[in-house]
Design a binder for this molecule. Structure first.
Ligand code: UD1
Ligand code: UDP
Length: 406
């Protein structure tokens, strides 16, 4: 009898980073199941950086990226491209990750072919349709059609139960981003980026790592973010900023026009994952609107200021290692200065906790996949949170009572 086949679909940098440990783990089970990696290449160079770092060679590459692509363009091209591949490969399960257009369309294409869908990093919510945009709706859609919801935390599981997703469909894995991070952070590394090699980390007492790319921040919020950073660098000679600028033309244009000639603003190209993790280790503070970076930085003991008005990652805020500072010029400047000027607050935020995982999310994910495919009767042990609130909840009440509550 033919082995069951799992198709792993992704297209952007963060999906690739979070899928890489799963692909590796699936390959470890090649004696009982086969794996097929399909990339849409919604991102090109930023995706290729990750494929290189984790030595993944996709079986199919749709090579979709166009400069300044619209959401409709990626959606249509990915849906048509994936249809042909799924018809040929006939997988028994499609795995998609997160909330990008590729993830949503990958799930939709599988559904159209009646192929079961596993959603990695299911259950993240802000409950605001346009924030983040379009991701909040993408992940909603995916959790409606997914047959297996692989949630990173109990908070995410509770969100799905409150929406009526059956308990039996949900499995808590932790986030695979921590698997990737722990593997990478432990390695000795010398920076490869020529721009990064030129940065003197001792040039200022405070090195602040910044990333920004969210669509809902385009326009006035991104301008305010950049002006806040400019104010900071002008007012505070004790700071320097390292800002790997996302390749989205909208981001490139705004960031370079406002910060391009500001002293101690190091605007550099997107870093490969190894460089980025190791620069994060050296930074004193992270300012970001990224989802993945909100999860990684706390695990490295780096305080995170989130330049958004809402986050679907409340666990780090609850743990006290990240804080929402919004998207106003004054609010961001005050948020950063407050931390720099209050050592006690900084130390409290610096406490290293991993609310998102323990490095074993990929083995749990694949164990859940194998259970789903009938390859094992053993139900894997779920990830247990380090957060007091989640632990109390988990020990206090059973999931069935949660469902009733909803
Ligand atoms: C996408 C995801 C977002 C995710 C982000 C991670 C959607 C709708 N958005 O946003 O959820 O947080 O990726 O970074 O799925 N570009 C390049 N080279 C690259 C990558 C991008 O030049 O390697 C430029 C291109 O001009 C491209 C543009 O960036 O058209 C936008 O890329 P796109 O994937 O549409 O959106 P992101 O803003 O990157
Ligand atoms: N990252 C990277 N190089 C960079 C910036 C970020 O490798 O220059 C990694 C980072 O470690 C994290 C992921 O990219 O794992 C986050 O991707 P991004 O912020 O683009 O997307 P999001 O997580 O917001 O969807």
């Amino acid at each position: 009898m033919a082995q069951p086949k799992v198709a792993v679909i992704f297209g952007t940098r963060p999906e690739a980073i979070k899928m890489a440990p799963i692909v590796r783990e699936l390959h470890r089970h090649r004696d009982t199941m086969s794996t097929c990696v399909i990339v849409t290449a919604q991102h090109r160079s930023m995706l290729d950086q990750v494929l290189d770092a984790f030595q993944i060679t996709p079986q199919h590459d749709l090579n979709l990226m166009q400069p300044g692509q619209s959401l409709s363009q990626i959606t249509v091209a990915a849906l048509l491209g994936l249809e042909t591949i799924l018809q040929a490969e006939k997988p028994d399960l499609v795995l998609v990750q997160g909330d990008t257009t590729t993830a949503f369309v990958g799930g939709l294409a599988a559904f159209y072919h009646r192929i079961p869908v596993g959603h990695v990093e299911a259950g993240l919510r802000t409950r605001d349709k346009y924030n983040p945009y379009p991701e909040e709706i993408n992940r909603h859609f995916l959790d409606v059609l997914a047959d297996l919801c692989l949630v990173p935390t109990l908070t995410a599981k509770r969100a799905l139960l409150s929406e009526g997703v059956p308990d039996a469909r949900i499995f808590i894995t932790g986030n695979t981003v921590i698997d990737a991070l722990l593997l990478t952070a432990a390695r000795t590394h010398h920076f490869r980026s020529p721009e990064l090699k030129r940065v003197n980390f001792s040039a200022a007492p405070w090195t602040i790592l910044v990333t920004a790319h969210r669509r809902e921040n385009f326009g006035a919020p991104l301008h305010a973010i950049c002006h806040a950073l400019r104010d900071l660098l002008v007012e505070r000679p004790d700071t320097q900023v390292i800002f790997p600028v996302h390749l989205n033309p909208e981001v490139q244009q705004t960031v370079h026009s406002i910060l391009g000639s500001v002293q101690r603003a190091h605007l550099i190209d997107p870093l490969d994952y190894l460089d980025f993790v190791h620069v994060m280790k050296q930074a004193d503070l992270v300012v970001t609107d990224s989802g993945g970076v909100q999860e990684e930085a706390p695990a490295l003991g780096k305080p995170v200021l989130v330049i958004r008005t809402k986050t679907e990652r409340p666990e780090a805020v609850e743990a006290g290692v990240s804080r929402l500072v919004g998207t106003t010029r004054q609010g961001i400047l005050e948020g950063v200065c407050r931390l720099l000027d209050h050592p006690g607050e900084y130390l409290r935020m610096q406490q290293a906790v991993n609310p998102y995982g323990d490095g074993q999310a990929a083995p749990r994910t694949v164990a859940a996949v194998r259970h789903f495919l009938g390859l094992t009767n053993d139900y894997p042990q779920p990830f247990e949170s380090v957060l007091a609130g989640e632990r109390a909840y988990a020990s206090g009440r059973q999931p069935s009572s949660l469902a009733q509550e909803a």
